[in-house]
Design a protein around this ligand. Structure first.
Ligand SMILES: [Zn+2]
Length: 233
């Protein structure tokens, strides 16, 4: 094989690796964001339950106060009832006391429901906090892995870039320019094999003349269809 072609193939291998690693490095911030989002969602669930627990407690205290004011009212009404000498007034006050007592029973039922709810929220919160701790641990571990991976990729990229620059110094400037243009525009490879008379870059048959020039390996030959540089596969 033409010695410059061999150099180009090595260069192409490094360029492909550089491109692949570059693409991997680009996903790192997205992966970080996704982990941060997981953590934030888990913390938000805990906060929502804490807020719910506080709200239930506030509602329960409010009901307690409602019972308190009604109890005071009943005490006041009872005093009035024993002070009155009028029978109809005595009865009217009695009805009012009964009404307040019924209200208190209803409020106490609500209080009981809230206490059951408070227990449930408390249990849910404990469960969610346990889950959040596990998420935090897992995210920490994955973040550390990601940092490590990111560093490894950066160092691989540095090594490959250095190798790439060194290789490039051994290649004719015009040929290097052609290679770089093709590599950039084709997206996959600039240098491809001819197999059974077919260019493996564009999958078109090359002319017999082209095929024999490639086989001779004495010069740089381009595919007449896709312009990629050809070598005998
Ligand atoms: Zn081709």
């Amino acid at each position: 094989m033409h010695s410059e072609l061999e150099q180009l193939l090595i260069l192409q291998d490094r360029e492909q690796k550089i491109r692949q690693i570059g693409a991997e490095i680009e996903t790192v911030p997205l992966q970080r964001k996704s982990l941060e989002a997981q953590l934030a969602a888990s913390k938000a669930s805990v906060e929502a339950l804490k807020h719910r627990a506080r709200q239930v407690e506030i509602d329960r205290k409010k009901l307690e106060l409602d019972v308190g004011t009604r109890t005071e009212t009943i005490a006041r009404l009872k005093t009035q009832q024993y002070q009155t000498r009028k029978n109809d007034e005595f009865q009217a006050i009695g009805h009012e006391i009964e009404r307040y007592e019924n209200e208190i029973r209803k409020i106490e039922d609500q209080e009981l429901e809230l206490m059951v709810l408070a227990d449930k929220v408390k249990a849910d919160l404990a469960e969610e906090e346990k889950k959040a701790a596990a998420v935090q641990q897992s995210v920490n571990r994955q973040m550390a892995d990601l940092d490590q991976k990111s560093k490894a990729l950066e160092s691989q990229l540095q090594g490959l870039s250095k190798e790439r620059s060194e290789l490039a110094t051994h290649i004719d400037e015009d040929l290097l320019g052609l290679f770089e243009r093709l590599f950039k525009s084709k997206g996959d490879a600039a240098v491809v094999a001819v197999e059974h008379g077919v260019c493996t870059g564009c999958h078109m048959k090359v002319t017999t003349a082209t095929a024999s020039r490639v086989r001779a390996g004495k010069e740089i030959v381009s595919c007449e269809n896709c312009a990629r540089i050809l070598y005998e596969g």
